[in-house]
Design a protein around this ligand. Structure first.
Ligand code: NAD
Length: 296
């Protein structure tokens, strides 16, 4: 009989794939396997029984990888399983930056009960005018599971797409549309693109890769989108640049005191992968990984 536990699990989705041979335990104490979503495991004592951790998601920065490696605990993530959910929110972010959808909705809400709202809207709508993303240059930094999907979809929306990834995998290269221009220097993206979206893992080498120097190369009309991890961006430098009008907007999926409520910041509550489909895909893949590992 194998013991497993789930830390903030995904509503149990996929767990029915575990056979009767598996026994859910209430804490991590006797677990052989842990299925974890976003809970941070850094301060947890890892039991001697633990053999495998499956992270239902892409980023593994909530897992103490060094401690696991030392203890011989195998760590899996679920590559690509939530990529479509994140891709779709990136486009929502781009459109929220291009069009004042939120401002318009808030204005309409404020007119509740006003019988003349339609007439008034005709006068007000100029205040919510925006621009189109078709024809704009999009820079995609990191062409992995999510970056490739964003890049390919953007070509269908009529964007001129530039991609940068010095370590692109063969699979990703194969699935990349011919219409995506691969650049060898990330500075080309900083200098030329209207929208810049970042899809790299958080590593020592990528921490604050969008820093003051990178931001200084961008145009005052540039919109930066961060649906990867907040620490990839020097957000203090970003907020300062937005304040000074050196860049137009910062769209982030990671709320924190540096960005929330600040000029030019559009922040969502880490919901990139929060779709029924992505959560199902991640849960099912994580359970399969645990089962295959323990049974083989
Ligand atoms: P992935 O591993 O499939 O792709 C990452 C890509 O980044 C790889 O192709 C790699 O070669 C490339 N890369 C690494 N260092 C680079 C560098 N210095 N410059 C350019 N490219 C570099 O990962 P993914 O599944 O596409 O996830 C991408 C990011 O999105 C991760 O940070 C992940 O944590 C985050 N994410 C966020 C959410 C959310 O809810 N907002 C959900 C899923 C993933």
């Amino acid at each position: 009989m194998f013991n497993y536990t789930c830390l903030n699990p995904i509503a149990g989705v996929g767990l029915d794939l575990l056979s009767d041979e598996y026994n859910k335990v209430d804490d991590i104490k006797d677990a052989q396997a842990v299925l974890v979503r976003s809970a941070a495991m850094h301060d947890m004592e890892l039991p001697k029984t633990l053999e495998v951790v499956a992270r239902a998601g892409a980023g593994v920065n909530n897992i103490p990888l060094d401690k696991c490696a030392e203890a011989g605990i195998v760590v899996f993530n679920t590559p690509g399983a939530n990529a479509n959910g994140v891709k779709e929110l990136v486009f929502a972010g781009m459109l929220l930056a291009a069009r004042d959808v939120v401002g318009g909705i808030e204005w309409v809400k404020g007119e509740e009960g006003n019988a003349d709202v339609a007439k008034l809207a005709e006068k007000q709508k100029k205040n919510f005018a925006g621009s189109e993303i078709a024809g704009k240059k999009l820079g995609v930094i990191g062409l992995g599971a999510i970056g490739v999907k964003v890049a390919n979809a953007a070509t269908h929306l009529g964007m001129e797409v530039y991609g940068y990834d010095p370590y692109i995998s063969v699979n990703a290269a194969w699935s990349l549309s011919r219409n995506v221009n691969h650049v060898n220097a990330v500075e080309e993206i900083y200098k030329n693109c209207d929208y810049i979206t970042i899809h790299v893992p958080l590593l020592d080498s990528t921490k604050k890769m969008i820093n003051a120097e990178a931001i200084a190369m961008m145009k005052p009309t540039t919109v930066v989108l961060n649906f990867a991890r907040d620490l990839l961006v020097d957000e203090e430098a970003m907020v300062a640049a937005l304040e000074e009008g050196k860049i137009a907007k910062y769209v982030s999926d990671f709320p924190n005191p540096t960005t929330v409520g600040k000029k030019g910041c559009i922040v969502t509550p880490h919901i990139g992968a929060s779709t029924e489909e992505s959560e199902d895909n991640c849960a099912v893949m994580a359970v399969k990984e645990i089962r295959d590992f323990l049974e083989n």
